[in-house]
Design a protein around this ligand. Structure first.
Ligand code: SAM
Length: 284
């Protein structure tokens, strides 16, 4: 089977099938063998593994995954890609192709079945327009996932990995870091894709925790607090939380808890660690 990671081979397949890229599906196909190796290397895929690939495109990464993993499940929304994938993946009996919208699937049920009780690894060059719903959907699904190694927009990778006090730090950083340890593995320039995306990209590996690193008595409350704290970044925490509809906390309550925690009354949400947010949520 021709190596699709080489631009000439990708172009040949696309032309032969008369394929036209659909911008609405975030289609930017990888055409760099070194980058493909970096992604799969960072995911540490072995024959023991069951892999979920989101958006296989024409099957470039899927072929490599099929060679290294035990089983691969590839979910692709664009039905125009299915005949191409049936051709490029025909040599591999361990790949199951699913023509679906990833956001509409019951990930917990499926990954439970696929892995036969063993954890599943997610490996993908994600469609950037739905990165956050995909990643948060995976993390919150309660699925038996071991890790998520994905290509995303560079700024999004930086936000996922950011710590307190930086401009990238926000609700996404805290939500991701509650479930997983993030590590940016590589930065990838636009010329590694066809067509070239208008933004820089990065590969990030999220290694899922068995249990969250902080104890939150009420997860929903913790995330509601975090969202409210970053809704208006420039406001103090007491003002953001005190004004948030639905939170049912007063500024005075926030002041009291901040004092108990030894934090300044005028502190902003962007200064608090995940641990401090959990403590705040438990005390309020
Ligand atoms: N994996 C291929 C590669 O690296 O060359 C393609 C990656 S491309 C950035 C994203 C892929 O996700 C496209 O094939 C696109 O059609 C698919 N996609 C977009 N939205 C999707 C969705 N909601 N569910 C499943 N696949 C989706």
């Amino acid at each position: 089977m021709a190596n699709l990671g080489i631009p000439r081979n990708t172009i040949e397949v696309l032309q032969r099938h008369n394929f036209t890229f659909q911008k609405k599906y975030g289609q930017n196909f990888l055409i760099d063998p070194n980058v493909l190796e970096r992604v799969i290397g960072a995911a540490e895929v072995s024959k023991e593994d069951c892999v979920l690939e989101i958006g296989p495109g024409i099957g470039t990464m899927t072929q490599l995954l099929a060679e290294r993993a035990g089983k691969v499940f590839a979910v692709e929304i664009d039905r125009n890609l299915i005949p191409i994938l049936e051709e490029t993946l025909s040599p591999y009996s361990n790949v199951t192709l699913i023509n679906e919208d990833i956001l509409k699937l019951d990930i917990k049920e499926l990954t439970g079945e696929w892995g036969g009780g063993r954890p599943v690894k997610v490996v993908a060059n994600l469609p950037y327009y739905i990165t956050t719903p995909i990643v948060m959907g995976l993390l919150e699904s309660g699925s038996p996932l071991q890790s998520i190694t994905v290509m995303v927009q560079k700024e999004v990778a930086e936000r996922m990995q950011a710590g307190p006090g930086t401009k990238e730090y926000g609700a996404l950083s805290l939500a991701v870091q509650y479930y997983a340890q993030p590590q940016v593995v590589a930065n990838v320039p636009p010329n590694c894709f066809i067509p070239r995306p208008g933004v820089g990209s990065a590969v990030i590996r999220l290694t899922k925790y068995r249990t969250p690193p902080v104890e939150a008595a009420d997860e929903r409350k913790l995330f509601a607090l975090i969202r409210a704290a970053f809704n208006q970044r420039r406001k103090t925490l007491a003002n953001s939380l005190g004004n948030a509809p639905g939170l049912k906390v007063t500024r005075e309550q926030v002041f009291r808890v901040l004092e108990e925690m030894g934090l300044p009354a005028m502190v902003r949400g962007e200064a608090l660690t995940l641990e401090q947010f959990a403590a705040l949520s438990n005390r309020l």
